[in-house]
Structures are given as C-alpha cells and as structure tokens.
Ligand binder design. Structure first.
Ligand code: NAD
Length: 528
C-alpha cells in the first residue's frame, strides 16, 4: 500500500512554498515495501505552523486543565483501540520487532493514563506568609509554543513523553518527528485530531534535520517558539542548547548514552548474561539506553564472556515480524552507514573483536541464524570488542548499533571509573547479590537512571527519565518531573490588610518587635 500524505498541520491547504519536496519512506527490512511519500516542510511552512500554534495559545491555555485532560483521555482510548495497527506500522517503518513495537505503543497509553488525572491535580501550593492578613500561592503556568524535535528509534513513545504533558499543561505544539518515521507520525497526528484538540493546538511539520528541524530552531530567535524539547544526538543537542540559551530559554535535552553494565563476582550469572544480551542487542543497539561498556569483575571475566558469546551465537536476527528474532534491521541506511564507519574508524590494533563476524549481514556475509532475506534490509552483525582503553574513541563515542566494548575490573572503584569517565550519564546497570555494592554503585554512578539486577533499558511512564553530562542538561521526562519542563512556577502574594506591609521590614516577629531579637542568655548562669 502506498499513501501520499498531505502535510498534517492546522494550516494545511496553504500555498506550496510550505513544502520543499516529497520523500519516500521505505521499510528497512524489505526495500520493496514503500510505505508512502511525505512532503518536506519548508521554512515558510514551519513558520506558518508556529504562527498557527501561537494563535491557538490564548484559548488553549485558558481551557481548564481537567478539560484538557479529557482530550488526553480520548487520545488514550484511540491509541488503545489502534494499538496493533500502530505497532504494525511502527515495525514496518523502523524495523523494530513487533513485540517491542507493541510495548512502545503501550508506553503512549500509559503516559496518557498518567496525565489524564494530572489534569485534575496540576497542583500549586498555599504557603504561610510572615505577615498577618496576607496569603501566598504558587501556580504552574504553561510556557507557550513548544517546538518538539524527536529521534526515530522510539517514534511514538518519546514524542508522547513530550506532547501529552505539554498539551495537558496548556502549551501548544509544533512537532518535527524523525525523518525515519514520517508515516507513523502522521497516523499519530490523525489520532490527536480525532481526540478533539482544537485547531492550531497541535501541528506537525515533516522533514529532515538540516531543513525542517533547523528551521524550527530558527523560530526561537524569531520569537515564535518559547521552548524546545529535543531528543536526539548529543552533537545536535549541544547546538540547540547554545541557541536556546542565547535567548534565555532552557531546552529540554534528552541525548545520547554510553551506558555501562557492571557484573560483580557474586552476581547471578544466568541473569547477568541475559541482561547484557538484551541491553546490548535489543533494538539492534539503537536505544539511547543500549549497553555501551560491559564491565566485568576480572575473576569471572573469561567465564562470563564465554557464556555471553555462546548466547550471542544462538541469537536469531532478521525479519522484525518474526517473534523469534532478538533484533531486526538498523532503522535506516544512515544508521547502518554510521555503524559500518565506526567499525572501520574506531577499531584499533590493540582491540580484539570477540564475535566471529562484523559489518553488514548479507548472503555473502551471513549470520547463521538469520530469518528472512538479508539482502533486502539494513541488517548488522553483533560485535563485542575487548582490549578497550579509556583513551579510545570507541570508549568515548556512542556507536548506536549492535557494538559493545567489554572490559574487566579489579574493584568497584575501578568499575565506577569505567562507568563514568566517558562523560555520558544516561542509564546504567549493576548485577550483584551484594547489597553494599549495589548501594555504593547507585551512590557513585553519575547516570540519571540506575538498574540493579536489570537491564540498562526499561523506562516506565511514571519514573523520571533523563541524563546528565553529555546525555542531557539535567531535564527529566515522564511522571510528575516533566511538569517542570512544560510549566513555569508563578508565585502570588495577596495582601488583604488594607495597609502597606513591607516584607522583612514591617514583619512583626514573636515578642512584638519589628526586627530580629536574640533573647538574652547568659550560658554561665545556666551552669549547675
Ligand atoms: P539526530 O540528532 O541526528 O536527530 C534527532 C532529531 O533531530 C531528528 O528529528 C532530526 O531530524 C533532527 N535534527 C537533526 N539535525 C538537526 C538540526 N541541525 N537542527 C534541528 N533538528 C535536527 O539523532 P539520530 O541519530 O536521529 O538519533 C539517535 C540519537 O538520539 C542517539 O544519540 C540516541 O542516543 C538519541 N536518543 C536519545 C534519547 C533520550 O531520551 N535520551 C531517546 C532516543 C534517542
């Protein structure tokens, strides 16, 4: 089936200068399957979408939050009803195995469910004043027009983490999804429209980063965007942080990772092997939370690696609709190309590749347990590299694919250095039965997220998600924490004394004085 899409915005039908070109979206596991073509939004189109969002803002922000929540409830029902359909499109468009795709859609539903009831909270506070006849309050206020730019590896869940709380809080949105998932993004927009959001509240612009994404960021200096939410690479995130910072804005930056997984000597090794396998190769290593550095206690290193490699050899790779595969294709040609380039440029003579194969899977370079036709997709071999040193680019750069560095350590202090020193700080894991080591690890790891006896991945809609250092600017998504990204606190003081009361100056302290009074106290006189 081929679908030709009109750009979905509330300003649709306007002149053609809003569209730069048409691009196809192709199934990365089956090149003959073209999902559709989509129009690339030009800078003019982006500007028009921002103006539409700005015009819709006054009415939307003054709509009571519980009523905004009701529309999120409608969206939750629509996504639930269409869960399998959305998951199938997700698998077709980015090659994520179907079971994982279903999980991604479920994450959208979970996020809706959390924020439906938040519409009936969105609490402010009442705070005691230091003066009589005066009341203090705080309110959460929406920020304004939010430009949301997202990566393609979680093409529904990650956008939902922005869009749902941002709308609930009374903001309007211009969303630039990844060029890797335009058709799915369009389908999601259709559900948002059907949920009943008023015209202009939610707008979609489609296209690549340098064209449409950069145009959206350019709207910050033009005064048309009040907040950017960006999920993607650390390189682009750093640039967006500079642009927004120069205009007194704090972007929400959710960036890359080099996530460590530590295995201690007393760990349950069966569990640790399964955890390392899933962390490293689930979604073909294309998660921000994928395993980057495997750090194993030296006394069990050889034994553990042997078991892990035996398990890797059993792994089924291929057709993402096949329920037996651990992973499917790379999301697009770009990700395969980047991975193959890393395998050429990051590997050094002092490294040992422990896995038997590397590069692209094809009939000429096969993976023994492959399902489907390898020449019809962007499939990559799993690669584990030993002998990595701290100064290596392989240790310092995210490879975003099925490629992992493995090192051994002597004591937990050394393991923590391996876990922290690359400067990323998104996710982390430790497998141990020793609670003292587990606590020490969680106290000293610099990552925003820590798993104990669980994989580096696995977010839940009501837990804070986000990173530190090169993984982000400390912003957090999900649960109550993301509210601070999409609202600003306003403090209100209300004086009903009918006279001028100056804080601190006219405050009447205990004892009737205006001013601080330290009670006389002769300590010596208190002595027995
Ligand atoms: P990317 O930075 O190239 O692209 C991400 C988004 O930004 C896309 O929509 C893209 O079109 C847009 N973009 C690219 N260049 C732009 C520019 N100059 N101006 C404005 N927008 C631009 O990232 P990617 O390679 O597509 O995605 C993988 C990266 O995303 C990895 O680093 C991964 O770790 C990260 N990621 C992070 C999280 C998280 O929550 N921390 C989640 C998913 C992915």
């Amino acid at each position: 089936m081929t679908t030709k899409l009109a750009t979905y915005t509330r300003i649709r039908g306007q002149d053609q200068t809003q569209y730069a070109s048409d691009q196809p979206s192709v199934n990365p596991a089956r090149f003959t399957d073209v999902l559709g073509t989509y129009p690339v939004t030009s800078k003019e189109g982006v500007r028009a979408a921002c103006i539409a969002a700005q015009e819709a803002l006054p009415q939307w922000r003054s709509t009571p939050a519980p009523l905004r929540g009701n529309l999120i409830h409608n969206l939750s029902l629509l996504v639930t009803e269409n869960k399998a359909t959305l998951a199938r499109w997700l698998t077709r468009e980015i090659g994520k195995p179907y079971a994982e795709a279903l999980g991604s859609v479920q994450e959208v539903i979970d996020t809706c469910q959390f924020f439906v009831s938040e519409g009936r909270r969105l609490y402010g506070q009442t705070i005691p004043s230091e003066m009589a006849d005066k009341r203090l309050f705080t309110y959460r206020r929406p920020i304004g027009v939010c430009g949301i730019i997202t990566a393609g590896n979680f093409p529904l869940a990650v956008p939902a983490w922005y869009v749902i709380p941002a709308l609930l809080c009374g903001n309007t949105i211009v969303w630039k999804p990844s060029e890797d998932a335009p058709i799915l993004s369009y389908l999601f927009c259709q559900l948002i429209e059907k949920a009943g959001f008023p015209p202009g509240v939610f707008n979609l612009v489609l296209g690549d980063g340098p064209t449409t994404g950069a145009a959206l960021v350019d709207m910050v200096p033009e005064g048309l965007i009040d907040k950017i939410g960006f999920t993607g690479s650390s390189r682009i995130g750093q640039w967006i942080g500079q642009v927004t910072g120069a205009h007194f804005q704090a972007a929400c930056l959710e960036l890359g990772g080099k996530n460590p997984l530590v295995v201690t000597e007393d760990a349950n090794l069966d569990l640790a092997v399964e955890g390392a396998l899933w962390s490293a190769f689930g979604t073909a290593g294309q998660r921000c939370t994928s395993l980057g550095v495997l750090i194993v206690q030296e006394r069990i290193y050889e034994h553990f690696m042997e078991r892990l490699l035996a398990r890797v050899a059993q792994m089924v790779i291929g057709d993402p609709m096949d329920p037996t595969v651990t992973y499917g294709p790379m999301i697009s040609q770009r990700f395969l190309h980047n991975l193959l380039t890393f395998q050429k440029t990051l590997l050094a003579p002092h490294h040992t590749v422990l896995t038997p194969t590397q590069g692209q899977i094809s009939r000429a370079n096969p993976w023994p347990k492959f399902q489907g036709d390898p020449d019809q997709g962007y499939f990559a071999h799993p690669v584990i590299v030993a002998g990595v040193q701290k100064s290596d680019a392989l240790y310092r750069e995210e490879t975003f694919g099925p490629m992992v560095a493995a090192v051994s350590y002597t004591d937990l202090e050394e393991a923590l250095h391996w876990a922290n020193d690359h400067g990323y700080g998104l996710s982390s894991a430790i497998y141990t039965r020793n609670s003292a080591q587990a606590f020490y690890f969680q106290d000293h790891i610099r990552a925003g997220m820590v798993s104990i006896n669980n994989t580096t991945s696995g977010a839940e809609a009501h837990m804070p998600f986000g990173g530190n250092g090169r993984s982000g600017n400390g912003s957090r998504q999900s649960g109550i924490w993301v509210l601070d990204q999409f609202t600003r606190w306003q403090g209100v003081n209300w004086d009903f004394s009918d006279r001028l009361q100056r804080a601190q100056i006219d405050t009447v302290y205990a004892g009737g004085d205006t001013g601080f009074r330290v009670p006389d106290c002769d300590v010596a006189a208190l002595s027995p």
